[in-house]
Design a protein around this ligand. Structure first.
Ligand code: SF4
Ligand code: SF4
Length: 427
């Protein structure tokens, strides 16, 4: 098996850490600083903490670990930093350093064991699905479920998605042929589309087929590694990246398409760090909205007949797409759908408050950040809030439910697929 480079260590970021000139620009953009107004919460403070950790000048006590864990990894600070300090990367490397010296948390250990074993993940999901009636109750008149009794790491009042009866990859062949002159793509599903939201995967396939794209769905692909990155488990990230490298490297694909913003950033970022061959694969990773627009979806949608009834829809920018400048394409698709009346929400580009394992450890703060998003959604009078990341969907639904609002949450691809459906049925 091919040897791949591992995740970098904190010492590999020594020069980046020195690039922080303590200008304080990041204070205006950090959602955590906005809540707590304490220096260790903001990017500048995190870089200082990383420096002390690197220099061995600090005891890794409960308070230090808490300060490092209070970061959404949203990347807004890195995006706005005049010195291009990769703060989110530095925070992740700090978490790996802490895990190396102190070990993983109980939750981190359980998470890694599950992510590394597709069989265990399937078993747990089967148990969750089979005993769903016993463990969960439906959120009244809303989509989503809540636990019937307290459980470790999931708060009782948190809305979680229903577990799908069958995983996406189990329902689809490994190759769906398209037109000979059209690109070959791999559809990288990620865990949430595969296990929780397979209908989003179905919508992605519907859109790709509409353009005649040749689609590969390798069964051996796995988790993109983002949850393990968030919990500081470098060894698990390396193992998952190696699995994905092996699943993807043998396929002659022009692109690797993702329908999850976090998978997009995680897969690309992790492959890029493994060496030259990984970097070639990483360069092929593309968000599906950008891919569809690049392939001329807009022109085809312009041929759709006008709709009699329109639904008011707003859009939330997932951080992992916004940081790449992918903000126009999902909106372009929504604007082009005849049955959609698009309305912008205030601060659409602000983080929803999920932040991977952040929302597990700091659910209270995650809820406060989510409440601001729910209020911005309410101001639009939209019936639907669309986004491009299943993780954001879960957080938005929870925030809307807590605010007592009645908007529905969906993926942009679901709206697109439902419009394409009308073409099939002639309605
Ligand atoms: S992280 Fe960037 S924006 Fe923040 S203080 Fe340092 S140099 Fe300034
Ligand atoms: S990544 Fe986001 S939450 Fe973390 S320090 Fe930067 S702006 Fe704040």
């Amino acid at each position: 098996m091919k040897e791949l480079k591992k995740q970098p260590e904190l010492k590999d970021y020594a020069d980046d850490i020195k690039q922080c000139v303590k200008c304080g620009t990041c204070h205006a953009y950090c959602p955590i600083f906005d809540q707590e107004k304490r220096e260790p919460m903001v990017a500048r403070g995190k870089v200082t903490l990383a420096q002390t950790l690197l220099n061995g000048e600090v005891e890794i006590d409960k308070r230090f670990m808490e300060n490092i864990s209070k970061c959404l990894l949203c990347g807004t600070c890195a995006d706005k930093c005049p010195n291009l300090v990769p703060v989110d990367e530095i925070v992740m490397a700090s978490r790996r350093e802490i895990a190396k010296r102190k070990g993983l948390t109980l939750f981190g250990t359980g998470l890694s064991t599950t992510l590394k074993s597709p069989a265990l993940m399937k078993l747990m999901l089967w148990l969750g699905k089979t005993f769903s009636w016993l463990v969960f109750r439906k959120v009244p008149e809303k989509s989503g479920l809540r636990l019937r009794f307290p459980a470790p790491y999931i708060k009782r009042d948190r809305t979680i998605p229903k577990i799908a009866p069958n995983s996406f990859r189990d329902q689809h062949p490994e190759f769906i042929p398209g037109d000979k002159d059209k690109p070959q793509v791999v559809f990288f599903t990620g865990c949430m589309v595969n296990f929780m939201y397979p209908h989003i995967g179905d919508a992605a396939i519907r859109a790709l087929k509409f353009l005649g794209i040749n689609i590969h769905i390798p069964k051996e692909q796995g988790c993109c590694g983002v949850p393990a990155l968030s919990s500081g488990d470098g060894a698990t990230v390396d193992e998952l990246t190696r699995r994905n490298f092996n699943a993807l490297a043998g396929i002659e694909a022009d692109y690797i398409v993702t329908a999850c913003a976090s998978c997009n950033a995680g897969l690309r970022g992790n492959l890029k760090k493994t060496g030259e061959e990984g970097a070639v694969l990483a360069a092929k990773v593309i968000d599906i909205h950008r891919f569809l627009v690049d392939q001329g979806l807009g022109g085809k949608l312009a041929e759709l007949p006008p709709a009699e009834d329109k639904v008011r829809v707003t859009y939330h920018d997932p951080c992992h797409l916004r940081n790449q400048g992918i903000t126009r394409e999902p909106r372009a698709i929504l604007h082009a759908l005849p049955a959609v009346e698009f309305v912008e929400m205030k601060n659409a580009d602000q983080c929803c408050g999920l932040g991977g394992t952040f929302s597990v450890y700091h659910y209270g703060m995650s809820q406060k950040i989510g409440a601001k998003k729910a209020a911005a959604i309410a101001q639009t009078d939209a019936r639907l809030v669309a986004t491009a990341c299943p993780g954001c969907m879960m957080q938005l639904l929870d925030s809307i439910n807590h605010a007592g609002q009645d908007q529905q949450v969906c993926h942009v691809l679901e709206l697109l697929a439902s419009e394409l459906e009308k073409l099939d049925t002639g309605k």
